[in-house]
Design a protein around this ligand. Structure first.
Ligand code: FE
Ligand code: FE
Ligand code: FE
Length: 162
């Protein structure tokens, strides 16, 4: 078996996050629809639009590698999104629903932040400065979204759930 290198790892993880982003794109409208708070609904919808741009950035990076954009099943994101779906079903009509949705949203953003942080560093190590910049743009969006969700969690939404 030929030795696998950092560029193989980079390509594999790119496929992982590409799969994840497309699952997230499908999931965000469901989270928005379920949210009671208008602020939370708007936050999910805004991030849905950002996510479309994130998918495009990943496609640009596949192109830089001369590869077709393709996803590889990420069981981690499937599990996180499934938990969100469970909350929607189990807390339907409850004042605590939004607090649960916020927690689910934050788990998604943290997974993404971990992946984009790693991918950005690997891109730099591999001498792919343009890819590193694109990955950093997305990383900043994920961080901003996480911060917004934290802010919402600390204010209105959780007070109502108490
Ligand atoms: Fe994302
Ligand atoms: Fe994964
Ligand atoms: Fe995100």
């Amino acid at each position: 078996m030929p030795e696998k290198k950092l560029n193989d790892l980079f390509y594999d993880m790119l496929k992982d996050i590409y799969f994840a982003e497309r699952q997230i794109l499908k999931s965000l409208p469901k989270l928005a629809k379920a949210a009671h708070s208008e602020e939370l609904r708007n936050a999910f919808l805004k991030h849905r639009d950002e996510t479309e741009g994130q998918v495009e950035r990943l496609q640009q990076i596949f192109e830089m590698l001369g590869k077709r954009a393709q996803g590889k099943t990420c069981e981690a994101i499937n599990g996180i999104l499934e938990e969100g779906q469970e909350i929607i079903e189990e807390y339907k009509g409850s004042e605590a629903l939004d607090a649960g949705l916020l927690a689910g949203g934050q788990a998604v953003e943290h997974y993404e932040m971990a992946r984009y942080g790693t991918l950005k560093n690997w891109a730099t190590q591999l001498g792919m400065a343009d890819a590193a910049n694109l990955l950093d743009e997305t990383l900043q969006e994920e961080k901003k979204t996480d911060a917004l969700l934290t802010q919402l969690a600390q204010s209105e939404v959780n007070r109502k759930a108490a």
